[in-house]
Design a protein around this ligand. Structure first.
Ligand SMILES: CC(C)(COP(=O)(O)OP(=O)(O)OC[C@H]1O[C@@H](n2cnc3c(N)ncnc32)[C@H](O)[C@@H]1OP(=O)(O)O)[C@@H](O)C(=O)NCCC(=O)NCCS
Length: 166
C-alpha cells in the first residue's frame, strides 16, 4: 500500500534518489549530460534535501513523499509565490511507477496544504517545453498553458508556465 506523508529526515536519501532518477528519466534525451549533472549537484544533494525536509514555511512547504514498504517511490513539493497563489516546484516518481495515480495523490497533498494552510486559490507550475512525460499530466489536472519563459541562464531550455484555479 502506498502512503502519502510529509517527508522527514528519514526520507532524505529516498527523496534524493527519486529526484535524481526521475530527472535523468525525464530529461536524459533532451538535455545535455553537463546540465543534468549540474542540476542534480545543486538541487538534489543530501544537505539541501535535509534542509528542505526540516525547514519549511510559506515559501517552501516541504516535501511530500509517496512511501511503499518503507521505500520512497515519489516526491513533490511547492510553495506560495504570491498572496493567494501557490506553485508546484517539483514532482518526481520512480520512472517504473508512472500512471498508477501516485502523481495525482502527491499533487493533491501539495494542493491541500496550499489551500488549507496558506489560502491559495490559484496554482502554477513550470514544465519544460517538450516534456511529454509532464505536460499531459498537468493538462489532465486542469492546468492551462499561459506563456513561455526563457531563462538567461540557459536559453535553450524553455519553460512553459501553466496555471489552474484550486
Ligand atoms: C508527471 C508525473 C509526476 C505524473 O504522475 P503519474 O502518477 O504518472 O500520474 P497519474 O497516474 O496520477 O495520472 C494522472 C492523470 O494524468 C494523465 N497522464 C499522466 N501522464 C500522461 C501521459 N504521458 N499522457 C497522457 N495522459 C497522462 C493520466 O491519464 C491521468 O488522467 P486522469 O486523472 O484524468 O485519469 C509522472 O508521470 C512523472 O514522474 N513524470 C516524469 C517527471 C516529470 O515530468 N515531472 C514533472 C516535471 S515539471
Amino acid at each position: 500500500m502506498i502512503q502519502i506523508m510529509k517527508a522527514n529526515e528519514s526520507h532524505v536519501e529516498g527523496v534524493s534518489n527519486i529526484c535524481i532518477k526521475g530527472y535523468w528519466a525525464t530529461y536524459g534525451e533532451t538535455h545535455s549530460k553537463e546540465w543534468i549533472e549540474r542540476v542534480i549537484r545543486e538541487f538534489y544533494n543530501h544537505e539541501r534535501i535535509l534542509r528542505e525536509v526540516t525547514e519549511f514555511n510559506r515559501d517552501w512547504g516541504g516535501y511530500f513523499v509517496a512511501v511503499e514498504n518503507g521505500k520512497v517511490v515519489g516526491a513533490a513539493g511547492g510553495g506560495m509565490i504570491d498572496d493567494e497563489i501557490g506553485e508546484l516546484f517539483v514532482i518526481y516518481l520512480d520512472p517504473s511507477r508512472r500512471n498508477e495515480g501516485i502523481g495525482t495523490e502527491l499533487l493533491n497533498a501539495v494542493t491541500k496544504q496550499q489551500k488549507a494552510e496558506y489560502g491559495a486559490t490559484e496554482q502554477w507550475v513550470s514544465v519544460q517545453k517538450g516534456n511529454m512525460k509532464g505536460i499531459p499530466f498537468y493538462q489532465a489536472k486542469g492546468f492551462k498553458f499561459q506563456f513561455e519563459k526563457v531563462t538567461e541562464e540557459n536559453p535553450t531550455y524553455i519553460k512553459l508556465r501553466h496555471c489552474r484555479k484550486i
